[in-house]
Design a protein around this ligand. Structure first.
Ligand SMILES: [Zn+2]
Length: 373
């Protein structure tokens, strides 16, 4: 049974589509390190859909900058004590690094209780069970040992090695955020000229009943073609005491290449450089409310990216961290943004234009939020 609630939505700055500057994708690893996902879990729970009201929509320019200056902390010292991965392994009762001679670079793999963490010297692209996960700092080799920046130990390796559990409490709340809406169209499909805003809404509407059956209370920041401001999207999640905020988008290339594939984003931890900045003044000292959930953000992002890749087999463009996405920064809860493929890529745009494929994307997100690791 649907329960519709009205939220007074403020006007939205006209946000451009989800274009990105092309960046290199990770190199797949040859061995199969993936472990089984947890069991399915489908309790019967009524769905609650909540939508914002129509509102006037002036077209102020993007991108949304924080209204107030964020808190700041000192820069990480350049000589911060880097952590030997072998020493970290020994401290945690794990075996030493395995060396995998994968051309053109050697891969160093650390097997934890919950997955395999693999790095390459000089590369910010790491792997968690073969999934592309971006580091804040490239690992170093010093005296034959492989070193990781302490922030990557604390904000990447440790959260992943603890496992990827999701809350299973009754009545847990997820707010789904279909990107764009109204005059804020997002990017446009080269396959059928439809706007990103249509595809994100369709994705969310397909996803909502699936998550409801899984035990989540589901609320949507919009259920029709209206503009919702970025602050209102955050406020909406706050109002509904969300346990998770999930923003859904599709991508477009801003460069001369023709990329395709999936990206999942969460907020960059304080002290780290972002994987993507897109013109945002990416000050590593900034502290946003959502930084209180750095570990959970990454755990959700990895779960979702893994599940999406399993279902649709699209190119893995990585779990990335960014500060420019204002819709993530202010949340007092874990928050993740998925870019579900490139509407600028003809082949991928044709897939996204297919309702059956969008249903697969919804099923993938649902799988990513199932119980288990
Ligand atoms: Zn978008």
């Amino acid at each position: 049974m649907a329960k519709l609630t009205i939220l007074g939505a403020a006007a939205l700055a006209l946000l451009a589509g989800c274009g990105t500057v092309p960046s290199p994708t990770g190199q797949a690893l040859p061995t199969n390190w993936d472990a089984d996902l947890g069991p399915a879990h489908e309790p019967e729970v009524a769905i609650s859909l909540t939508l914002p009201s129509q509102s006037p929509s002036p077209t102020a320019p993007p991108p949304a900058a924080p209204k107030a200056a964020p808190a700041m902390v000192p820069l990480v010292a350049a000589d911060a004590n880097w952590v030997s991965l072998n020493a970290w392994a020994a401290q945690n009762g794990l075996r030493a690094l395995r060396t995998i001679p994968l051309l053109p670079q050697v891969v160093y793999a650390l097997t934890t209780l919950n997955g395999v963490f693999a790095v390459r010297v000089g590369s910010q692209t790491a792997f968690w069970d073969q999934l592309d996960v971006r580091l804040g700092f490239a690992p170093q080799q010093i005296g034959g040992q492989i070193y990781l920046h302490p922030l990557d130990v604390k904000k990447t390796l440790e959260p992943l090695s603890r496992g990827l559990a999701v809350p299973t409490t009754p009545g847990r709340v997820v707010v789904l955020d279909p990107g764009h809406g109204g005059g804020n169209t997002g990017t446009r499909s080269v396959a059928d000229n439809r706007w990103e805003k249509e595809f994100t809404l369709d994705w969310a509407l397909r996803l909502a009943p699936l998550l409801a059956r899984q035990g989540w209370q589901v609320f949507l920041t919009r259920t029709n073609d209206v503009e919702v401001s970025l602050p209102d999207r955050t406020a909406f999640a706050e109002k509904h005491h969300a346990d998770l905020f999930l923003s859904l988008h599709f991508n477009a290339s801003g460069g001369g290449s023709d990329p395709a594939g999936l990206e999942t984003y969460c907020l960059t931890p304080t002290g780290m450089t972002s994987s993507v900045t897109r013109g945002y003044n990416d000050d590593v000292r900034q502290v946003f409310p959502n930084n209180a959930f750095d570990a959970e953000n990454l755990q959700y992002a990895v779960r979702l990216q893994r599940a999406l890749l399993e279902v649709n087999g699209t190119t893995d463009r990585g779990v990335r961290r960014a500060r420019y996405q204002a819709v993530l920064r202010g949340h007092g809860r874990p928050a993740v943004l998925i870019e579900g493929g490139y509407l600028s890529n003809p082949r991928e745009a044709r897939r996204i234009a297919d309702p059956a494929y969008r249903q697969k994307l919804a099923e993938a997100v649902t799988k990513g939020l199932e119980d288990g690791r």
